[in-house]
Design a protein around this ligand. Structure first.
Ligand SMILES: Nc1ncnc2c1ncn2[C@@H]1O[C@H](COP(=O)(O)OP(=O)(O)OP(=O)(O)O)[C@@H](O)[C@H]1O
Ligand SMILES: [Mg+2]
Length: 331
């Protein structure tokens, strides 16, 4: 296999649980996927579906206890990273894999100037002089679209608007030129115009720096605009995955169809009636052997309660986990 054909990230049968007072929560339950080099992969699902926990596990940031990795493999550039010692993980996180969190205020220190927060990262991980680090940090702020970056770098976080703070966060996550960037709902707290700008920015970063990106969101509409491939997660499992084009053209899981009906589609540019998916998000403690979406599914058959469905290919690079073959789906 040529080096460039090897996925930058391969997750295989990942299982993560949390011991809670009510019992064991299986937050991630047998998740497998690849991220190819230079690809933007979207992970979509309602709140509590395991999107963040999947990616925290990749980053080695699951709090243990109460968390536990029950199994699986995470390969970064072909090398297992799940069990590596903490020091090695920390180095990996700074140098090669980076994460943007949902709320920039939780990751920026309100009492320190941006300049210090940005250059510290560089001095620590790249061992370059303060002067050089500052120059690089200004260039990054410039790249993410902060006007007058050379002056604004000495501002405090609260002197930036929400959208600008998110850009600062993105700049910080890019400082060490990571090969993989994990963006966990980076636009949820922002208004629609700024959200669109941040999405454009992530695309630009991929195109100009070649960064592979995992983009987490609960909004399928956002995915359509930027992701090459999309995973649909529910109750810690992947229910559908494929090229974004195929997945949107022929959603093949009732849950994906429900999600599509319940969010506005930016790409369609017209007003449609939105229908929320009936029922409540899954109760992760009570795990029956079947499909977790069963209690909310309008198409369920007997088998759905008995066994989780095997992977079924509906088109090239488009798989679904569902016992029912939906009409109008691909393949
Ligand atoms: N530290 C923890 N202790 C106990 N349970 C946890 C912990 N972290 C996550 N969980 C549980 O794991 C499940 C998956 O959570 P996760 O944060 O991955 O969801 P998510 O898909 O990212 O949702 P959201 O869209 O709300 O961010 C949830 O049921 C959550 O309560
Ligand atoms: Mg989350």
């Amino acid at each position: 296999m040529k080096e460039n054909d090897q996925p930058i990230l391969s997750v295989r049968d990942l299982r993560v649980s949390f011991a809670t007072e009510e019992g064991l929560v299986r937050a991630v339950d047998g998740v497998s996927f690849d991220v190819r080099r230079g690809q933007i992969l979207g992970i979509v699902g309602e709140s509590g579906s395991g999107k963040s926990v999947t990616n925290l596990a990749i980053m080695g940031l699951i709090p243990m206890p109460p968390g536990r990795i029950d199994g699986g493999r995470v390969l970064f550039c072909g090398k297992e990273i799940l069990g590596v010692p903490e020091a090695e993980k920390r180095k990996l996180r700074g140098d090669r894999i980076s994460m943007i969190f949902q709320d920039p205020m939780t990751s920026l220190n309100p009492f320190l100037r941006i300049s210090l927060q940005l250059t510290e990262v560089l001095e620590l991980h790249k061992r370059i002089s303060r002067k050089k680090a500052r120059r690089h940090a200004i260039a990054m702020l410039d790249l993410v679209g902060i006007p007058d970056a050379a002056e604004r770098i000495d501002d405090y976080p609260h002197q930036f608007s929400g959208g600008m703070r998110q850009r600062v966060m993105i700049a910080m996550s890019l400082l060490c030129e990571p090969e993989l960037l994990i963006a966990d709902e980076p636009t949820t707290a922002l208004d629609v115009t700024i959200q669109a700008q941040i999405l454009e920015l992530l695309k630009k970063i991929r195109d100009e720096l070649g960064t592979s990106i995992v983009f987490i969101t609960h909004d399928l509409g956002v995915v359509a605009g930027i992701c090459d491939e999309t995973l649909v997660m529910y109750a810690g499992k992947i229910l559908e995955k494929g090229s974004t084009r195929s997945l949107f053209a022929s959603p093949s899981q009732p849950y994906t169809r429900g999600l599509l009906r319940s969010v506005p589609r930016l790409d369609l540019g017209r007003k449609e009636e939105l229908t929320p998916i009936r029922g409540n998000p899954p109760y992760l403690l009570d795990r029956s052997p079947g499909c977790p979406f069963l209690p909310r599914c309008d198409f369920a058959v007997d088998k759905c309660g008995e066994e989780f469905p095997p992977r079924r290919q509906v088109a090239k690079n488009h798989d679904v986990w569902c016992w029912v073959e939906m009409e109008g789906s691909a393949g």
